[in-house]
Design a protein around this ligand. Structure first.
Ligand SMILES: Cc1ncc(COP(=O)(O)O)c(C=O)c1O
Length: 443
């Protein structure tokens, strides 16, 4: 018998009950009661982020506006578009050089789908490679004047997986303040230190590098070829000079500059006539000028070989589909054969910009790109303006915070090479009229 059980044996039933009650009370006092888990941690409708979104969407209704997002387009998204059976002049498509919907591109898609099916059904590394993949990668490399390229299934995921994979905790990522979300997500994923420099300021970048370069192993600078909120172009020769002096790498996202700038649409490298090998990572999407879906990294052979065998978003993901590969390939070949598409795009963008300036509209820093913002300031008048234009047969999207700066809400006009002079003149005139009505109603 243990001494404890001997003790208990000597107690009366009443004493035993009292002792038990004492023990239980002690235990309850020492065991902290578990707090209730609030529903905002496990019920989606109670997530504060969701409640914020719901509030924003309700504000449209409360202000008598309809939700401008997720409108269904019932045909090809080009210089015109069909929404709920009505045709609009359209300025919200990335179909810059009208490749999506082009009969030759569509034909290539049909042929590839018939030959290879609609999916390659495996990672390319394992058994999903088709001859079109290599042809596309060679065309992209040739277009840019570098050794090689790798094509991924998404433009966004190209940045996330490439940046996230190549850089590590001992490295530094320096990015423009207006860099796209995809590069930013890749930078966070990498675990490297991230620093931002003011938009297009190679001078501020230079100063940061002067002080910080020696503290890190690899340093990469992330910029874009044309910025999609402002339609401006960075001074690439200056960025190259800075990156060389500080022994850093330079990566350029050409989502909006490929197919649109440079005399024949070869992007920012052609625009500035630089040596392509001075940029370490050329990134681009296939979803804009190239009428498809996917993204690429182009550069030296060693970089591309390494990514092909190790980048998670490539190795552990299916290969780009036959129809998507074929549409991008046909678009690049068509761009090479028909550079006049780019000439027409440049003329349309220039005409739009000049007319908007003549009307006294604020086009910010837009220059030499087919992206022209009309900056109006507050979100509500911006949404009103876009709806007024819709009622006059013009489709253009409002960009409000957080996509645009807090007091920099804007309508973002994407020109494409099939916009006619008549469409452009009518649009700018109507825009100026509607904006002046909204301004006077605010006073
Ligand atoms: C600068 C930039 N990079 C990357 C992407 C992602 O490309 P995708 O839409 O092809 O996934 C976009 C998309 O708009 C972009 O604007």
């Amino acid at each position: 018998m243990t001494s404890q059980s001997q003790q208990l044996a000597g107690l009366s039933a009443q004493e035993k009950r009292a002792l038990l009650a004492q023990l239980l009370a002690k235990q309850n006092a020492s065991t902290p009661t578990k707090p209730e888990i609030p529903t905002e941690y496990y019920v989606f409708k109670d997530f504060p982020e969701y409640i914020g979104l719901e509030k924003m969407l309700h504000e449209f209704e409360a202000n008598g506006q309809s939700n401008p997002y997720f409108k269904s387009h019932e045909g090809i998204n080009k210089d015109t578009t069909l929404v709920e059976g009505q045709e609009f002049i359209n300025f919200s498509s990335y179909n810059y050089i009208a490749m999506s919907g082009d009969p030759m591109v569509t034909q290539a898609v049909h042929e590839a789908t018939e030959k290879y099916g609609s999916s390659v059904s495996a990672s390319r590394l394992i058994s999903g490679e088709i001859p079109l993949h290599q042809e596309l990668e060679q065309e992209i490399a040739d277009l840019l004047g570098v050794d090689s390229s790798i094509v991924y299934v998404g433009g966004h995921s190209t940045n996330v997986t490439t940046i996230g994979h190549l850089f590590k905790a001992d490295d530094l990522i320096l990015h423009d303040s207006l860099i796209h979300d995809s590069s930013f997500q890749g930078a966070v994923l990498s675990g490297a230190t991230c620093r931002v420099f003011p938009h297009n300021s190679w001078q501020a970048l230079d100063r940061i590098l002067e002080e910080e370069r020696h503290k890190y192993k690899r340093v990469v600078i992330l910029i874009e070829g044309a910025y999609s909120m402002d339609g401006d172009i960075p001074d690439l020769p200056k960025f190259i000079e800075v990156k060389k002096r500080h022994r850093a790498l330079l990566m350029i996202d050409e989502a909006h500059s490929m197919g649109t700038i440079g005399q024949t649409g070869k992007g920012i490298g052609e625009y500035f006539q630089i040596n392509s090998r001075d940029v370490d990572l050329w990134m681009g999407t296939l979803s804009k000028s190239f009428a498809s879906c996917g993204g690429y990294i182009a550069g030296c052979r060693e970089l591309i070989d390494y990514l092909k065998y190790t980048a998670p978003g490539f190795v552990y993901s299916v290969g780009i589909s036959p129809p998507n590969t074929a549409s991008a390939l046909a678009s690049i070949r068509l761009l090479k054969a028909q550079p006049q598409r780019v000439t027409r795009l440049h003329q349309s963008a220039q005409l739009f910009l000049e007319l908007a300036k003549e009307e006294g509209l604020n086009t910010g820093d837009s220059q030499d790109t087919p992206i022209i913002p009309i900056i109006v300031g507050q979100a509500l008048p911006c949404v009103r303006l876009s709806q007024a234009l819709v009622s006059r047969g013009i489709n253009v999207m409002p960009m409000i915070y957080p996509a645009a700066p807090e007091n920099g809400a804007r309508l973002r006009f994407f020109l494409n090479c099939t916009h006619t002079e008549e469409q452009i003149r009518f649009t700018v005139k109507t825009l100026a009229q509607e904006w002046s009505k909204i301004k006077s109603s605010q006073q």
